[in-house]
Design a protein around this ligand. Structure first.
Ligand code: V47
Length: 371
């Protein structure tokens, strides 16, 4: 297999990178850049698939989950976000804890075998520390068997500030309330200059990494993301990936990396367009090749669409996320993929990609293998 892959490489620089990948060596910044600049997409795919299968065999994971977004009211100013509303603006909403529970009751009846709830939302100006913690506590009391993956690093910092507490103490309170892990949202692109342009008021890349590392030290697993396809360059993407790799070397607490394809509708990014299939597959493949210490790469079907997410399973991804059911952030920005896929469809997508569907829980414990 190794010889076959090498025989297909045309570019000399790519050939030496391919040799390094096949012998398990770590790639440098320059090499990451060469990968992004390469137009030999099938070779990138073969290399990334080689690495993915070395790590996870033929397994490709999915889970049965729902998302709940308790509010879209947000004091944030992120220009790429089409979801946020100011208080009082038309379309702004906020759910009470009771409404969150009612929604979850309905979803858990509709989606059988539910194991995870993903809760993220806006930075509501009036909600107290106790309210944010209370959502997690009540969900856990009502649904003790569900894993709660909740609050991005940005929300964690906001909640901590509300409570006048440190990040660590806030996470400790959330864990005590029932938090199971942190989602990867809020990573965007770590580059300071890009953040200044697209989300000037957001936590910095370093703060994002520090919050995740603090969570890891407290025993929580977390995910990481990168929002790509807006104003960032390949240099920014490689920088982002290397900073994640370095953080992972320190704590080892990241489970999966999720490249998020930017959606332009209703956003404030001038001239922004949808990402392309080639860029999406390349970004998945290069992420797999650079992030040698991340166990999993997720092709999030809601943002990639089910077709590209499926093909991504041959380009380095080993996970396509879950059933989802409700997803407002991408929908507001012009999602084309919808927000629910039944388990049977996820299994079909994975099988046809030549992989073995594995139903997992949030922490990648295997629940069922569909061989
Ligand atoms: O933080 C916002 C991104 C994220 C847009 O951890 C946009 O398992 C595209 O992080 N176009 C939230 N993306 C989603 C997220 C996520 C999703 C699924 C699974 C997991 C996980 C995490 O969505 C935000 C932001 O980075 N986002 N606006 C947009 N216009």
């Amino acid at each position: 297999m190794e010889e076959l892959i090498l025989s297909l490489v045309k570019d000399r620089k790519l050939l030496s990178i391919a040799e390094k990948v096949l012998s398990g060596e770590r790639l440098s910044f320059e090499e990451g850049l060469t990968l992004f600049e390469s137009s030999e997409l099938p070779v990138l795919g073969l290399l990334a698939n080689y690495v993915a299968e070395k790590k996870n065999g033929k397994f490709a994971y999915f889970n049965v989950n729902v998302h709940i977004t308790p509010t879209n009211i947000c004091v944030g100013t992120c220009k790429f976000c089409a979801f946020r509303k100011k208080k009082g603006e038309s379309g702004a909403y906020e759910l009470t804890v009771k409404e969150v529970i009612e929604k979850l009751k309905r979803y858990s009846e509709e989606v059988s075998g539910l194991t995870e709830v993903h809760i993220v939302g806006g930075l509501h100006p009036d909600w107290s520390y106790e309210q944010f913690i209370g959502i997690v506590r009540t969900v856990k009391e009502e649904f003790p068997e569900l894993h709660i993956k909740a609050y991005t690093a940005e929300e964690i910092k906001y909640i901590a500030k509300k409570g006048n507490k440190s990040i660590a103490d806030t996470l400790i309170d959330l864990i005590e309330a029932g938090l199971g892990s942190l989602p990867g949202g809020g990573g965007e692109i770590f580059s300071e200059s890009v953040r200044k342009e697209i989300c000037p008021d957001k936590i910095t890349g370093d703060e994002y990494l520090e919050i995740h590392k603090t969570a890891h030290r407290l025993g929580l697993k977390t995910n990481a993301t990168m929002l790509f396809g807006h104003v960032e360059s390949y240099v920014d993407r490689v920088d982002h990936l290397l900073r994640l790799r370095e953080a992972q070397d320190e704590t080892g607490g990241f489970q999966t990396f999720i490249p998020l394809a930017f959606h332009p509708l209703n956003t404030e990014i001038p001239g922004a367009t949808y990402t392309t299939g080639v860029d999406e597959l390349k970004t998945i493949a290069v992420s797999r090749l650079i992030l040698d210490n991340f166990p999993h790469i997720k092709a999030y079907w809601v943002m990639l669409g089910e077709k590209i997410a499926q093909v991504a399973l041959q380009f380095g991804a080993d996970d396509i996320d879950g059933t989802v059911r409700e997803e407002d952030i991408t929908q507001a920005a012009g999602a084309k993929a919808g927000e629910f896929l039944p388990k049977s469809r996820l299994i079909k997508l994975i099988k046809e990609a030549g992989k073995v569907p594995v139903e997992r829980d949030t922490l990648y414990n295997v629940l069922k293998i569909y061989s």
